[in-house]
Ligand binder design. Structure first.
Ligand SMILES: NC(=O)C1=CN([C@@H]2O[C@H](COP(=O)(O)OP(=O)(O)OC[C@H]3O[C@@H](n4cnc5c(N)ncnc54)[C@H](O)[C@@H]3O)[C@@H](O)[C@H]2O)C=CC1
Ligand SMILES: N[C@@H](CC=O)C(=O)O
Ligand code: NA
Length: 431
């Protein structure tokens, strides 16, 4: 608790893309922030890995002794903008044990070690806020944790990774290569330090785990998320989506299955142009929430980048500071439910299958029969063109089927002489 008129003292860890913007706003908007908190918000230290000059930053604030900074008596709130698991987790737990409130944007850490962090915060009666951890600037954590906590959420569907949305958007609209679009996303500050986390879907999976935990009042971990990245998306997939009136998006999907278990997945998905998520461009994110009483809600805005992300971080700092001034901790997570996780193979979706077959009588019937045997119902078949080698290309869309059933179809097709090469499979979102 902060005493008298004393400032609320903030220690910042990490001064990269996001941390440097947090430091800038704390200084540039100090007067307004003081009014909003009721006390000055004072930046008392910045923990960095390398003690080098940083433009606009008072060198006296910098320290490489981060372990000591998080425990210092003159610190009330620790703002973690480092990323990664260790030593970050140790810093956060040490800060909490020392009675500091914590603000973090670290979805990877929360999706793997959230239990330890939240339990420690509850035991120490301090705040953990993490609005920036999911969908950057978009308010989505607080709406789920507070505004919608009296409702019953049935599904959360979202574009929650700015880097991959930027890449896919550039592949569709500018016909950029994957590599060029990724390099641009990195130079714009959207990508993680290791962009594998973005393009292989780990970042979106961590965010999906956090969203599902909040939406369904449970604890979903990174390992519970069925994950597929976008590294295999090529110009053929982009062209196929366009022929179907769709765009490819990396979608995070959190739903409740018929048996009450929770299904959480991240997959490149064909999204019809008329769907609200199809129009989300560049590094923007959007989260589509459906609940029993409110109905359908959509949250949209910048999902990555230093300044937008810092906006969400500052919101958390002000909230944590106000709580400290009042000597209270804000609402924690309500994770009372244990529904279990739906096995990935049992999750239902619509699919697109791209198959190259022998261009001969009876082949299409045998493909259809293989699908019928697995209860995979065909919605449409499009024969794209024959080629000189006597082959035809089929683009098949299905009605809803389980992933196990579609996988069995693919395994069978590839064992026959009718099919040449592999079978490309992508999910298709309903309009
Ligand atoms: N860049 C973005 O658009 C967004 C980033 N985030 C999250 O924000 C966090 C920070 O991301 P960025 O600023 O983009 O990363 P960054 O790589 O630009 O900055 C991280 C900084 O932490 C420093 N650092 C590394 N290890 C350290 C240590 N042990 N002690 C002190 N400093 C250390 C690095 O030198 C670097 O300056 C990550 O958790 C990331 O996932 C969340 C939303 C959006
Ligand atoms: N690398 C992330 C940054 C925000 O979380 C992204 O691209 O969305
Ligand atoms: Na957010």
């Amino acid at each position: 608790m902060t005493i008298g008129d004393a400032p609320v003292r903030v220690a910042l860890l990490g001064c990269g893309v996001v941390g440097s913007q947090v430091a800038r706003i704390l200084v540039e908007q100090a007067d307004d922030l003081r009014e909003r908190v009721g006390r000055p918000l004072e930046l008392v230290g910045i923990g960095v890995r390398r003690d080098i000059p940083r433009p606009g930053i008072d060198p006296a604030l910098l320290t490489t002794d981060v372990a000591s900074l998080v425990r210092r008596e003159d610190v009330d709130i620790v703002v973690e903008m480092v990323g990664g698991i260790e030593p970050t987790l140790t810093y956060l737990l040490d800060a909490i044990a020392a009675g500091k409130s914590v603000v973090t944007a670290n979805k990877a850490l929360l999706a793997q070690h959230g239990d330890a962090v939240f339990d420690a915060a509850r035991d120490s009666d301090v705040d953990v806020y993490y609005e920036a951890a999911v969908a950057g600037a978009i308010p989505i954590i607080r709406p789920l944790r507070e505004s919608l906590v009296g409702d019953a959420i049935t599904s959360v569907l979202g574009i929650v990774n700015g880097t991959t949305n930027y890449i896919l958007d550039q592949m569709h609209t500018r016909k950029s290569t994957f590599a060029d679009a990724l390099a641009e996303a990195q130079s714009l500050g959207y990508a993680e330090a290791d962009p594998t986390a973005d393009v292989e879907g780990y970042d979106a999976a961590a965010k999906a785990a956090i969203l599902a935990s909040l939406a369904f009042h449970t604890r979903v971990h990174l390992d519970d998320v069925d994950r597929e990245g976008i590294t295999e998306i090529d110009v053929q997939d982009i062209a196929a989506a366009e022929r179907l009136g769709c765009v490819v998006k990396l979608l995070a999907r959190c739903t409740v299955s018929a048996d009450g278990t929770v299904a959480v997945g991240v997959h490149p998905t064909m999204v019809p142009l008329e769907h609200p998520l199809a129009g989300i461009r560049g590094a923007y994110n959007a989260v589509f929430v459906e609940s029993v009483n409110a109905g359908r809600l959509m949250f949209m805005g910048p999902g990555a980048g230093g300044s937008p992300t810092a906006s969400a971080v500052l919101g958390d700092i002000v909230t944590a500071a106000r709580n400290r001034v009042r000597g209270v901790a804000g609402p924690g997570e309500s994770a009372y439910s244990t529904p279990g996780i739906t096995p990935p193979g049992a999750v239902r979706s619509r699919y697109y299958l791209s198959v190259t077959v022998r261009d001969e009588p009876g082949v299409l019937a045998r493909v259809a029969e293989a699908m019928a045997r697995q209860q995979v119902s065909i919605a449409a078949v499009r024969q794209e063109q024959g080629d000189e080698g006597g082959r035809a290309h089929l683009g098949i869309t299905t009605h809803e089927a389980t992933h196990d059933a579609v996988r069995a179809v693919v395994t069978h097709l590839m064992s026959t002489d009718d099919v040449h090469g592999g079978v490309r499979v992508l999910r298709v979102e309903g309009a």
